[in-house]
Design a protein around this ligand. Structure first.
Ligand code: PLP
Length: 353
């Protein structure tokens, strides 16, 4: 792939690591390429970070044809930069694209786009403990017509944002509300695709949870509202007795790469891990009889996020005394050790730039 480079002649001042937050500051450049049926993907370019101009009838603005990914570039102690399982993100993006009838990107081109872009913005990868360069690849339909049909023209973009440590103030367990009214996804729908529309449909329940003082929603399945699915932007796992239970991928759950990595670590270390249906009734029984030992969410942004409290039908349950559990901490240490290159990577997950 030929990537044209247009240098930003007015680069910004780099922020202090302790002011970063999440997704508010962007780097000096962005990657873009266009798709149309005659030319396929073309005009790959890294250009100064800028607004995107769209036709007012562009498909994405009316019919929501949009997918995205999220991954991080990590700064190692030796100064080098590495990615974590980037091919998993690329494959998932193509699966999301397939669901929304957006065009596929050959894996090798997507990887080249990602790595060339990260190398261009290397200086923006922060150095402090727990910080990283968050990468946001996304794709949307931009046909210039209001006709409802599959997408013929698309744009693929990658932007990057240096992000602070998620746990700058220590790992504090989160309070989660089990949502029994709105649903996020149904089998046959777009639950397994990382698409913006899933988030748009989630916001109402998220707002309601926030009003009650809960940071995120735990979704139940969209048909029976009986089985646990996932949390906001994280998959979810429970230690019940000596079994780690995580909802199986039924089509309505996002197949998280952190989820997959946690399962692989736990299996390798000899834990009993079950990907299965978990009813909210089984979960509340386990909370009542004390067999629920730990609960945590897992996703790229927070890595592993302990759940300290669950609310279900106005009944509050405290998990592990509201503190992070041993296994949750172990998973956090193992994953972050590999991601930042502090410990060996026996899994072959690291992609060094
Ligand atoms: C991105 C995302 C996750 C987590 O996926 P990771 O690959 O682990 O970052 C979980 N649930 C939803 C809805 C997501 O969008």
């Amino acid at each position: 792939m030929n990537i044209r480079f247009e240098k930003n002649t007015a680069p910004k001042e780099k922020p202090q690591d302790n002011t970063l937050g999440f997704g508010k500051i962007f780097t000096d450049h962005m990657f873009m390429m266009n798709y149309d049926p005659e030319n396929g993907w073309h005009d790959a370019r890294i250009v100064p970070f800028q607004n995107i101009s769209l036709h007012p009838a562009a498909t994405v603005l009316h019919y929501g044809s949009e997918i995205f990914e999220g991954l991080k570039a990590y700064r190692r102690a030796d100064g080098g930069i590495q990615l974590f399982r980037p091919l998993e993100n690329i494959r998932r993006m193509n699966n999301s694209a397939e669901r929304l009838c957006l065009p596929q990107i050959p894996e090798k081109d997507a990887l080249e786009a990602l790595t060339t872009f990260v190398r261009t913005e290397a200086e923006w990868t922060p150095h402090s403990e727990g910080t990283s360069l968050y990468l946001r690849p996304f794709m949307f339909g931009n046909d210039e017509s209001l006709g409802v049909h599959t997408v013929h023209h698309a744009l693929f973009v990658i932007i990057a944002s240096p992000v602070g440590s998620y746990y700058a103030e220590g790992i504090n367990p989160v309070r989660i509300m089990i949502e029994d009214e709105d649903v996020r996804a149904v089998r046959g729908g777009t639950g397994y695709a990382k698409c913006g529309g899933n988030y748009a449909a989630s916001n109402r329940a998220g707002e309601r949870a926030a009003q009650k003082g809960y940071s995120q929603v735990l979704w139940l399945d969209g048909v029976e509202r009986k089985y646990i699915e996932e949390v906001g932007a994280m998959n979810v796992m429970f230690l019940i007795g000596d079994e780690v239970v995580t909802p199986k991928l039924t089509g309505s759950i996002l197949p998280g790469i952190t989820r997959k990595s946690c399962i692989e670590i736990l299996q390798k270390e000899g834990y009993k891990v079950s990907e299965r249906l978990l009813s909210v009734e089984e979960l509340s029984n386990a909370m009542k009889d004390g067999t629920l030992k730990e609960a945590w969410g897992c996703g790229t942004a927070a890595v592993v996020s302990p759940i300290g409290e669950l609310l279900y039908k106005d009944q509050k349950y405290i998990v592990n005394g509201g503190k992070i559990g041993k296994l949750t901490q172990h998973l956090y240490d193992t994953l972050t050790g590999i991601q930042w290159g502090k410990t060996a990577d026996p899994y072959g997950w690291i992609y060094k730039l």
